[in-house]
Design a protein around this ligand. Structure first.
Ligand SMILES: [Zn+2]
Length: 324
């Protein structure tokens, strides 16, 4: 909501209107569109109708809104990640990321242009520097900068920069047991999926018990599965997927269960060896966002992430959006 308030203020100031007047227009617009858009979205439309062009203004990080095509911000680089190379569908390239912060908040900036990335590779721009970004595109809470954008050092002196990075976002080499983290990394290894059986009613693990066939001479015992609550059931197979994620600072094993797996591949497909292999081949080398909790694996005595969310960073799509 803080974002929205700043936005209203900015519109009011630029249009020389009372705050209340701007808010009334936003509410009316939202009602007219049957509430299909957010307050922030309605505010953007009102701003456009009033002829206010955010593209000429330097915004505070907390004022950035989704879907901006030409966002301008100034901030300090509080976390610079190693430049990464990718190769996907025959396209090779490099991508660089850093976290930019000002006194209102922080955001991740993703660089796609070789010249911008070069500034980081040759040390012209480094962690701790204040930089100015022009014509960035906002997407998923990040600023993406293509060759049409600008990145340069700024002489602006930043005060009271919010140095806590984006909530929970951190490097894997800083991850500690018990933390909820969000990381962005590349899948470097994928293990064979494993399966376990659950009750189709309550999704709890079922216990196997043998019935009959105990006598000598019988070949094989018949098996049945029992749910503590629902008795004998025909169990459902659930998958567990393990893979290794590398964010450039360290690699860490990730454990993923069915709900999260389904966001990447229908869980049932993992039972089909061909489909599972195809998924694995495709998944290795993919860049993903991953959220989860860091736990200590008792067996290996190392840290691993139990995933709560995984989403592919769609390089193709981003490049397409940026070159539209
Ligand atoms: Zn059950």
């Amino acid at each position: 909501m803080q974002n929205y308030d700043l936005l209203v203020e900015r519109i009011a100031k630029a249009a020389k209107l009372e705050r209340e007047d701007v808010e009334r227009r936003i509410e009316a617009k939202k009602a007219k569109l049957s509430g299909l858009i957010s307050k922030e979205g309605a505010a953007q439309i009102i701003a456009a109708e009033l002829g206010i062009n955010f593209e000429d203004q330097t915004l505070k990080i907390s004022e950035l809104m989704a879907g901006m095509r030409k966002a301008n911000v100034i901030g300090e680089i509080i976390n610079l990640f190693p430049v990464r190379e990718y190769s996907k569908n025959g396209r090779e390239g490099k991508v660089a990321n850093f976290v930019l912060a000002d006194e209102t908040g922080s955001t991740r900036v993703v660089l796609w242009d070789v010249n911008h990335i070069g500034l980081i590779e040759n040390g012209t721009i480094k962690q701790g520097d204040v930089v100015e970004i022009k014509s960035g595109a906002t997407r998923d809470g990040e600023i993406h900068l293509s060759g049409f954008g600008e990145l340069k050092k700024s002489n602006v002196v930043m005060k009271d920069v919010k140095t806590e990075a984006i909530v929970n976002e951190r490097n894997l080499n800083e991850a500690q047991q018990g933390q909820n983290i969000r990381v962005r990394g590349v899948v470097v290894q994928v293990f064979q999926p494993r399966f376990y059986l659950v009750c189709p009613e309550c999704n709890k693990k079922v216990a196997k018990s043998a019935v009959g066939g105990q006598g000598a001479g019988e070949q094989k015992a018949e098996e049945e599965y029992k749910c503590a609550e629902h008795g004998v059931v025909v169990p459902k197979k659930k998958a567990i997927l393990n893979f290794v994620l590398d964010d450039g600072t360290e690699s860490m094993r990730v454990v993923m269960f069915s709900d999260q797996i389904n966001a990447l591949i229908p869980e049932g497909d993992l039972q089909d060896e061909k489909k599972a292999t195809a998924f694995r081949d495709d998944f290795i080398g993919t860049e993903i966002y991953l959220s989860g909790i860091v736990k200590r694996n008792q067996l290996f005595n190392n840290l691993e992430i139990v995933a709560s969310m995984a989403e592919k960073v769609d390089v193709e799509k981003l490049i397409q959006i940026l070159s539209d």
